[in-house]
Design a protein around this ligand. Structure first.
Ligand code: GLO
Ligand code: MG
Length: 344
């Protein structure tokens, strides 16, 4: 059942458990070892940061970057996998301390663009037409350090430059309201889609919606998805869960609020998400307490919870639901949904 969905995650989702307060607690795995997990766990799509595919790319010529990425494409094929997207990692280099496309220093902005061109080259070599832009440091710690109107202009200029650089590449913005910044310039799906319409080719600018990011913005992830679906701009998702307003937790999908997860699956299922090749992407972290050898359960479990919820969406008595809506008996509808989720 429900096998029309294809699943993906990024290699950073198998990690050694370091956090800002403590070192690694599990064995480091090589990229190739991580690739051996995908098929076994039921995944066929790999999400990449540019340097997951080509480490140290700043030290290489564009031609060397492209050649190394082609070797990774072969590696993927050997494992029966494909690349879903590539994302420029624009938050670790000293030149991105004050942001990337919105950095106050024009040389730093130029670095961000040049790095993004390499990301696009890598996407081409990996044969995917999707680049994800998580605008990690495009925001402020204090209001007075940047001009928010100018920041939007700079983001549009940067995306236009990327659209021009590769005329068949699509760009999915991943909004997030905070962390690492205090305030992000593009905090929600609405902001991301507004930005898309300011660009030269809005048809190639869409979104990647992460459940936890929507929750951190005080929004319901399924409503954010509905908004993007109405604009035909939901090109990938980062499903996970989040326990309230704190650091970005990237918990197993559905592990905090199963009803909230059900409603995300329901809107995806209702509008045939995946019919144009979109992946069900995860962005989940294993708990730091998990030992080596059993540290991929968050991935297996997120996937199986998604599929269990697909079954629940499909087995919901739609006629009964519609009758209750007609009668405006939302108290009964509330119970029917909860009872269904509890196996009733
Ligand atoms: C962090 C983001 C991050 C991105 C990834 C892809 O909060 O969710 O994990 O999804 O870097 O760009
Ligand atoms: Mg994410």
């Amino acid at each position: 059942m429900a096998n029309q969905y294809k699943f993906s995650f990024g290699p950073w989702n198998i990690h050694c458990g370091a956090d800002p307060f403590g070192p690694v607690v599990r064995d480091e795995l090589s990229f190739d070892e991580k690739l051996t997990f995908y098929r076994k766990l039921g995944f066929e799509g790999v999400q990449f940061h540019d340097d997951d595919a080509v480490p140290d790319l700043n030290e290489l010529t564009p031609q060397q970057v492209a050649n190394r990425a082609k070797a990774v494409k072969k590696q993927l094929e050997d494992h029966g996998l494909e690349a879903e997207f590539v994302a420029p990692r624009l938050w670790e280099d000293p030149r991105t301390i004050d942001g990337a496309y919105t950095a106050n220093d024009p040389q730093h902005r130029e670095y961000a663009l040049e790095r993004s061109r390499r990301t696009i080259d890598i996407a081409n070599a990996l044969e995917t037409d999707l680049v994800v832009l998580w605008l990690a440091r495009e925001g402020t710690y204090i209001r007075e350090s940047k001009d928010s109107k100018k920041a939007v202009d700079l983001l549009v200029q940067a995306i236009n430059a990327m659209l021009d650089y590769e005329p068949h590449m699509r760009f999915a913005i991943e909004p997030k309201p905070n962390e690492p910044m205090d305030q992000a310039f593009i905090p929600t799906t609405g902001h991301a889609i507004g930005l898309a319409y300011l660009c030269n080719d809005p048809s190639r600018v869409g979104v990647n919606i992460e459940s936890a990011h929507a929750i951190l913005a005080g929004l319901d992830p399924s409503d954010e998805m509905g908004y993007a679906l109405a604009h035909n701009k939901l090109w990938t998702v980062h499903l996970n869960d989040q326990n309230g307003l704190k650091f970005d937790e990237d918990k197993t999908f559905g592990s905090v609020d199963i009803r909230r997860a059900f409603n995300q699956v329901r809107i995806l299922e209702t509008y045939n998400y995946g019919q144009n090749g979109e992946y069900v992407g995860l962005d989940v972290k294993a708990m730091r307490t998990q030992k080596s050898g059993v540290s991929s359960k968050h991935l297996i479990n997120s996937r199986r919870i998604f599929l269990r919820l697909v079954d629940l969406v499909r087995s919901l008595d739609e006629q009964h639901t519609q009758d209750l809506i007609k009668q405006r008996d939302y108290e009964e509808l509330d119970f029917v949904i909860l009872n269904h989720l509890m196996g009733g």
